[in-house]
Every structure is written in C-alpha cells, then in structure tokens.
Design a protein around this ligand. Structure first.
Ligand code: SAH
Length: 395
C-alpha cells in the first residue's frame, strides 16, 4: 500500500535513515493496518522504501528495505541470519554466553531487540512492525540459533506510543526458572529475565566492566548505580582494595549479594559493602563526611531519552560528576557513563568538563568508551550509538 510523502521530505530516506515522521506524510491510501507493510513514495510517486506502518506513532513508518523486494518470512530470515553471522564471525563476542543478537534498526530490524542468555533468548518488540511479525520472527530465531526457548519482555513504555500493551512471558519452549546464570569474562552473574532491568542485564557495558575492572587494582572504589554488581565484581576480581556499591533497588542489591557468593573463588567478599540509597543524596553525605575514593564509577539510568530532556539531564549529569570529582583523591579515576540518546558524546564531554571546572580540579581523559560490538551502529542510524563513557584521571 502506498504512502505519498510531502515534497523534499524524501531526503532522510535518500541518506538511508530508516524513520519517517508523521509531518513528512502527505497522503495515506486505504488505511493500512498497524504494523503492515507500506511503500514510501516521493512527491512524484517514485518508490523510495518499503516500511512498517505505525498509525498512532509520531514515527509513522520504519523502513525494512530501500530495495523493491518483498518483505516476508524469507526477508526476515535473511536479516536475522546476517545479525547472527555478524556476532559469530567478527569476534564481537568474546568470553561470554550472554550478548545482544539483534539490535533493532542497527541490524535492519526496527523495533526488535533479541538478547541471548545462555540457552534462552529474550525478545523485546517495541513497534507496530516488529509486533506484526513477532510470531514469524520467533520461529525463525529458533531455526537460526538452535535455541528452543524464547522469553518475551515487551514491557517498555515506548510501546504505548504505538498503541501496544505490555506483554511478558514465554514465547517459545520451556523456561522453568527465569533466573539464569551467565558467564562474562570468566565471572558469573545471576540474571533474572522476568524481573530484571531491560532484558535482565546491561549487556552493553560488558567490555567496559572488564576495562574499568582492570583499572581498579589496589584502589578504593565507589560504584554508583551498581545494579547487580557488574562493575563491582570485575573490580574485586581484579584486585580492588575495597568496593562500595550503591543502588536504590533492593532487588538489584539482593542479586548482587548472590553474585558475590557465586564468584567467591576470585572475589573476596570481605572487601565489599553494599548500600541501598539514592546516589544524589549519598554523594552529598560522603562529601559532608569528607570521605574519599581512588575510583568512582557513575553509570546512571537514562536521564534523557530524547533531545527534549537534554537540559534537565545535563544538570543531573553535572551534579553527580561534580560531586564525584570532589570525592576523588589526587590521581583517582572517574569512570563516567551516559546512555541517554538525547545527550551526544560531545555534549557529555562538555558536561564532565564543566563539572571538573566547578569542582576546582584538573582532569585528563585517558579513554573514551562506548557500547560493545554486539550493539553495532548503522552508519545511517547514528541514534544507535547511545552509550558513551569517559575514563578521567584527576590531576
Ligand atoms: N552499571 C550497571 C548498570 C546500571 S543501570 C551494570 O553494569 O550492570 C542503573 C542503575 O541505577 C539501576 O540499577 C537503578 O536501580 C539505579 N538507580 C536509578 N536511579 C538511582 C538513584 N537515584 N540512586 C541510586 N540508584 C539509582
């Protein structure tokens, strides 16, 4: 079914960006069903792309293909096969049995996230298009990966914008226990795929946990927003002198304690302390108590989902980074992250720089970090590059 665009609104498609906003649409013929496949035509009626239709969303259509080819089971199989192959052959997956298999737009499959946790796949469908094809996609995933068990975690807020209700539960196979054990760089983690954040674990930080862990040797570490202890356990396994882990979620901290026990061969539990609380308040309390650390990790939740939230988010990032600079000893390391799509790498670096300035400290960046290779970024979809991290040394 054809959708005619307004004059000059084909430009982003010619650059191969996969989104068409409602304002670009001139005319929709025959009221296509939510998630069904439509042809996007320029103002002169020339074919531009084939896309899924989202009648309720501001992002009215998401491109499946820029080629005049059928969008069907074979098409989806090709895309899913390519995504699996990318993980298999580019050595993006090292030392783990948990990684992202499909990263939505960046793998040419808008709205679809699939994470592998050992012998279970966790699928998240966020758009009308991915929802339309969900059952077919589930069958193809079983065929392509040989993994029989799929759990659905389609419970993210953005589904509302597409008129979709939250759905969770077993989609294929049998999953007797939603708490699974995964391995990451020879360390073990309990992941609850039913109740954990995202699909259960912050897979995008895998390489950064290892790198920051190495830098933690012989240091007193404060891990803020620790979740189930990813950075803490890597730091302890790499010889950190002490680690204080802070999170506001009691459930996350309970799993963290399990993870400490799980890694007892390499992780000395007596060097670790967990604290439930609000990082914004605790950093102030530590400042007032004149406490100090050799390393501070800041990995907060998404403060700015879109650019519209950037200003408020910038203030929050500046606040915690400024306090962290104050709490760091001379020569101390700040590993600071932002996963906000609305704050790009350049803005994030500016925020951290102004935090250092206001804290009255010198600091040098020794490393720029980003998401692992299992979260690839299409060159035509820069929004896919959402995770940025800076490793700074306080001068
Ligand atoms: N670094 C973690 C992921 C952190 S996700 C890892 O590698 O696995 C962000 C975490 O921040 C979540 O666990 C959430 O519970 C916690 N959080 C959110 N707001 C908070 C606040 N104000 N104070 C403390 N923790 C908070």
């Amino acid at each position: 079914m054809p959708i005619l665009l307004n004059p000059n609104r084909e430009k982003s498609l010619l650059r191969r960006h996969p989104w068409i906003f409602a304002s670009a649409v001139k005319q929709v013929d025959a009221n296509p069903a939510s998630g069904s496949t439509v042809d996007l035509l320029d103002a002169n009626g020339h074919f531009l792309a084939r896309a899924s239709y989202s009648p309720l969303s501001q992002i009215r259509a998401r491109v499946w293909t820029f080629v005049d080819e059928p969008v069907d089971e074979d098409f989806l199989r090709k895309r899913i096969h390519a995504a699996c192959k990318l993980r298999d052959t580019q050595s993006v997956i090292r030392d783990t049995n948990a990684y992202r298999l499909i990263h939505a737009e960046s793998d040419g499959l808008p709205g679809l996230v699939v994470d592998r946790y050992d012998n279970v796949l966790v699928l998240q469908s966020t758009t009308a298009g991915s929802e339309f094809w969900k059952e077919t996609i589930a069958d193809i995933l079983v065929e392509e990966t040989g993994i029989q068990n799929i759990y659905e975690r389609s419970d993210v807020d953005v589904r509302e914008l597409e008129g979709l209700k939250p759905i969770t539960g077993i989609l294929r196979g049998a999953i007797p226990n939603p708490q699974l054990r995964i391995t990451e760089h020879e360390l073990f983690f309990q992941v609850n795929i039913a109740t954990g954040h995202k699909t259960g674990f912050y897979l995008d930080q895998r390489e950064n946990r290892q790198r920051v862990g190495e830098l933690a040797k012989d240091r007193d570490v404060l891990n803020c927003f620790c979740y189930t202890g990813g950075f803490s356990i890597h730091a302890l396994a790499n010889g950190a002198k002490s680690v204080l882990s802070v999170d506001s979620s009691a459930d996350a901290l309970a799993l963290l304690e399990e993870n400490i026990v799980l890694n007892r061969v390499r992780v000395p539990a007596e060097r670790h302390t967990a604290l439930e609380g609000d990082v914004f308040q605790l950093l102030r309390k530590f400042r007032d108590e004149n406490r100090s650390f050799d390393m501070i990790i800041l990995d907060p939740p998404k403060f700015a989902p879109t650019a519209a939230h950037a200003e408020k988010a910038s203030r929050a990032y500046k606040d915690i980074n400024l306090l962290a600079f104050k709490l760091l000893r001379h020569g101390g390391i700040l590993a600071t992250f932002s996963c906000s799509g609305g704050v790009d790498a350049a803005l994030f670096q500016k925020i951290v720089a102004s935090a250092a300035l206001d804290a009255g400290t010198e600091a040098t960046i020794i490393e720029h970090l980003s998401q692992g290779g299992d979260h690839p970024v299409s060159l035509h979809f820069p929004e896919g590059a959402y995770l940025k991290g800076l490793v700074c040394v306080k001068g």
